[in-house]
Design a protein around this ligand. Structure first.
Ligand code: COA
Length: 241
């Protein structure tokens, strides 16, 4: 029996249950995954456009177009650059969705539930069968160290800021501790500030990763959280904050 949790979403109070994924959840899970990952495209674009680099390029193109003596060039060159920046943001997140829909998300049971140390959970509105959140963990091995990697943390927009993301993350941490993992690792990006804030609040630390998508000014982050009782078996290299 899964514990029922009361979720105060706006004026409505709903009972939510966190349980293992079932094949009948697939359509909702794939729709949530696609929609909520693609929602990063616009913030990524606006962040990029606010950067000094793109601002300078756009101004330079505007001035170059003006000096060419053509209003058309002065408008077209900056517009073309802006379009390229948007395209870069779009391909980053849309490309990721397409890649995953054709790989691990095409067979969720095979990818996340076929080994005892992996799991895929969903959060469901009790009684309605409506899936409103998900998260997965996959066991990894590096030398002698066994750790878990957290994937697919998604909460439906209307259920956010009610503690559900925290509950799902805590579910992953408890499962990882039970399985004897040393730590939980995850990848995210500078565009996903709500996610970064959530993980930091729950004790994840950002560690050094300087991979940077220059075209859209997005920084790639690796975050991790020790879960083992013996701190020495958890490698926390290059901690930043
Ligand atoms: C990131 C996400 C999972 C958070 O889920 P959530 O259910 O809203 O999170 P919680 O309600 O448990 O929030 C816990 C804490 O995280 C931080 N946080 C969450 N959303 C935030 C936001 N929009 N802005 C600032 N901080 C935020 C806050 O510290 C919050 O605590 P508080 O409400 O007491 O201030 C959700 O916004 C989401 O699905 N985003 C899109 C998908 C995504 O980016 N997934 C992460 C993949 S790595």
């Amino acid at each position: 029996m899964n514990p029922v949790w009361i979720c105060p979403t706006g004026p409505v109070v709903m009972a939510l249950v966190i349980r293992r994924y079932r094949p009948s959840d697939k359509d909702t899970v794939l729709t949530l995954f696609g929609t909520c990952t693609r929602e990063h495209i616009s913030p990524c674009f606006f962040n990029a456009m606010k950067s000094f680099y793109h601002f300078s390029v756009i101004m330079a193109l505007l001035i170059a177009g003006y000096h060419l003596g053509s209003v058309f060039a002065a408008v077209l060159l900056p517009a073309a650059w802006t379009g390229l920046v948007y395209f870069s943001c779009y391909t980053l997140y849309d490309g990721y969705v397409r890649l995953k829909l054709n790989s691990d998300m095409a067979d969720i049971v095979g990818s996340f539930l076929s080994r005892p140390d992996d799991c895929f959970w969903v959060a469901e509105v009790e009684g309605k069968g409506q899936v409103v959140g998900m998260v997965a963990v996959v066991a990894k091995q590096s030398g002698k160290e066994r750790y878990g990697e957290l994937f697919r943390m998604i909460i439906a927009p209307e259920f956010r800021r009610a503690g559900l993301g925290s509950r799902l993350t805590e579910t992953v941490l408890a499962f990882s501790k039970e399985r004897g993992f040393s730590k939980v690792l995850l990848e995210t990006s500078s565009t996903q500030q709500p996610a970064v804030a959530l993980y930091k609040k729950l004790g994840f630390r950002l560690f050094d990763n300087d991979f940077f998508y220059f075209s859209n000014q997005t920084k790639y982050y690796l975050m991790q959280h020790c879960v083992c009782l013996c701190p020495h078996s958890c490698t926390l290299n290059h901690m930043k904050q």
